[in-house]
Design a protein around this ligand. Structure first.
Ligand code: PMT
Length: 400
C-alpha cells in the first residue's frame, strides 16, 4: 500500500504547538506535502509564518477568509488530504470534535474530512484524566479517530503525569505505520478484557479493579494491525471499539464459555482480563442478612481460561498477562511454564502508577528463551508495542 502523499495538519493552542514545526519537517522528509491549519489560540504560541516557511504552503487560519476560500475552499481542503492529523489537540478541540461543533476552520475541516484522522492530545495531566475528557476521547475513538499518546512525564505547567504530546518522530511514525505496519493482516485475534463479577446474592458480587482499558487498547491495536478482532469483555464502562466484535459477559464461567467456544477458530488469544480465581460456592437466591459479628464465605476455584486455551489441540498463539504485587519476574515465568503459554506480559499492580484502572502501564514480557521490557507509557501506545511483539514472536515460532 502506498504512503500518504498529502497531509492536512491542524495545530491548536497549546505549548506543544512549537513541536509541530518539527512534525511538518518530518512529514515532508517522508515525501508528503503538508498544508497547515491553525486555530486562533495556536497563533498565540507560534506564528503562521513558521509553518508557512516549513511547509512551503500558505497557512489557513480563518473559516471566513475570502482570500483563502478563493484559493482552496474548506471543503476542497478536506478533500485534498489523504489524512488529517491534529497536533497538538487540546482538551477544548477534543471536546468540540467529539460533539460535532464546527465554529472554526479546524473543527469544520474535521467534520468535512472523509479521510483517516489522527489526533495527538496535549494538556495538563488532570485535564486529561477528567472523565469528561476521557469520554470525549472514547467517542472519537469510536468514530474511528486514531489517538496518538499522550505520554507521561514532566509538563510545562510543572506537574508530572500523562498529558505531554508525543514526540513528533513518534507521531510521524504512527501516521505512516497506520498504512505500513499491518502485522496481523488476515488473522483472527481473540482478546479478553475487564474484570469478572461473581455473584454472592442478587445484589452483591466479588470483583476487582480492572477497568478494561488495557484489553480494549489491545483490541484497537490488533484491529489497526489488520486483524479481525473478537473482544470478550467483563463489565466495564468503556464503549465497544469500532469494527471489533464485542461479546459482553459477567462471570468467570461465562467468560470461560465465551472464550473457549471461539479459541480454536482464532490465530491469537490474549488473556488481558482479570478473571476471578474463586467464585462463591453457592449464590444465595435472596439477599444475605446481616447476622452475627462475623460471617464466612465458601469459595470455589474457577476454571483457568488461559490454561484451557493453551491445552487445546488446535491452540492459538496464547498470550497471558500476570498482575503481580511482588516478585514479578518469578511469578510471571512460573505462569508462563505452568500454563504452557507462548508469551506472558507481566505488570505491577497495587503500586499507584500503572496496572489496574490507570491510563498508563509498563510491561515485562517473557517467552521461553527471551524477554523484552516495554516502558511506562499510555495504554494505547503500549498495546501497539505489545501487538507488534506478539506478531514478531508468532512469526518466529511458526504457530498456526
Ligand atoms: O483493565 P485495566 O484497568 O486496564 O488493568 C489492566 C490489567 C492490570 C487487568 C491487565 O494488564 C492484567 O494484568 N490482566 C491480568 C490480570 C490477572 O488476572 O492476572 P493473574 O496474574 O491473576 O492471572 C494470570 C493470567 O491468567 C491472566 O492472563 C488471566 O486472564 C488468566 N486467568 C486467570 C484466572 C482464570 N480463572 N482464568 C484465566 O484465564
Amino acid at each position: 500500500m502506498s504512503e500518504y502523499k498529502r497531509i492536512l495538519l491542524g495545530v491548536s493552542g497549546g505549548i506543544a504547538a512549537y513541536k509541530s514545526a518539527e512534525l511538518v519537517r518530518l512529514i515532508r522528509k517522508r515525501g508528503a506535502e503538508v498544508r497547515v491549519v491553525m486555530t486562533a489560540s495556536a497563533m498565540q504560541f507560534v506564528s503562521p509564518l513558521t509553518f508557512q516557511a516549513l511547509s512551503g504552503n500558505a497557512v489557513q487560519t480563518d473559516l471566513l477568509d475570502a482570500e483563502s476560500e478563493n484559493a482552496m475552499d474548506h471543503i476542497s481542503l478536506a478533500r485534498w488530504a489523504d489524512a488529517m492529523v491534529i497536533a497538538p489537540a487540546t482538551a477544548n478541540v477534543i471536546a468540540k470534535l467529539s460533539h460535532g461543533l464546527a465554529d472554526d476552520l479546524l473543527s469544520t475541516l474535521y467534520l468535512a474530512a472523509t479521510v483517516p484522522v489522527y489526533i495527538a492530545p496535549a494538556m495538563n495531566q488532570a485535564m486529561w484524566a477528567k472523565p469528561v475528557t476521557q469520554n470525549n476521547i472514547a467517542t472519537l475513538r469510536q468514530h474511528g479517530v486514531q489517538v496518538i499518546g499522550p505520554e507521561p512525564g514532566e509538563q510545562a505547567c510543572g506537574e508530572t503525569g500523562l498529558g505531554r504530546m508525543s514526540e513528533p518522530s513518534d507521531i510521524c511514525a504512527r501516521l505512516f505505520a497506520g498504512l505500513a505496519v499491518r502485522c496481523l493482516e488476515g488473522l483472527n485475534v481473540l482478546i479478553s478484557a475487564g474484570p469478572t463479577r461473581e455473584p454472592l446474592d442478587p445484589v452483591r458480587y466479588l470483583s476487582n479493579r480492572s477497568s478494561g482499558k488495557m484489553g480494549y487498547a489491545l483490541a484497537e491495536a490488533a484491529r489497526n494491525a489488520g486483524a479481525a478482532v473478537t473482544l470478550v469483555s467483563g463489565p466495564v464502562s468503556l464503549a465497544p471499539p469500532a469494527h471489533v466484535e464485542t461479546v459482553r459477559v459477567e462471570t468467570a464461567a461465562q467468560m470461560y464459555e465465551a472464550v473457549l467456544t471461539r479459541a480454536e477458530a482464532s490465530d491469537i488469544y490474549i488473556g488481558a482480563a482479570a478473571v476471578a480465581d474463586y467464585t462463591p460456592a453457592v449464590t444465595q437466591p435472596g439477599k444475605i442478612k446481616k447476622e452475627g459479628e462475623q460471617t464466612h464465605l465458601i469459595l470455589q476455584k474457577t476454571g483457568d481460561i488461559l490454561a484451557a486455551v493453551a491445552a487445546l489441540g488446535r491452540r492459538p498463539f496464547t498470550v497471558g498477562f500476570a498482575a503481580e504485587t511482588d516478585d514479578l519476574k518469578a511469578y510471571a515465568r512460573d505462569k508462563l511454564a505452568r500454563k504452557n503459554l507462548d508469551m506472558i506480559a507481566a505488570n505491577w499492580v497495587g503500586r499507584g502508577s500503572g496496572g489496574f484502572e490507570s491510563e498508563q502501564n509498563a510491561l515485562e514480557v517473557f517467552w521461553k528463551d527471551g524477554k523484552k521490557s516495554l516502558a511506562m507509557t499510555g495504554k494505547p501506545r503500549l498495546a501497539e508495542q505489545l501487538i507488534e511483539l506478539i506478531a514478531e514472536r508468532r512469526a518466529v515460532t511458526g504457530r498456526k
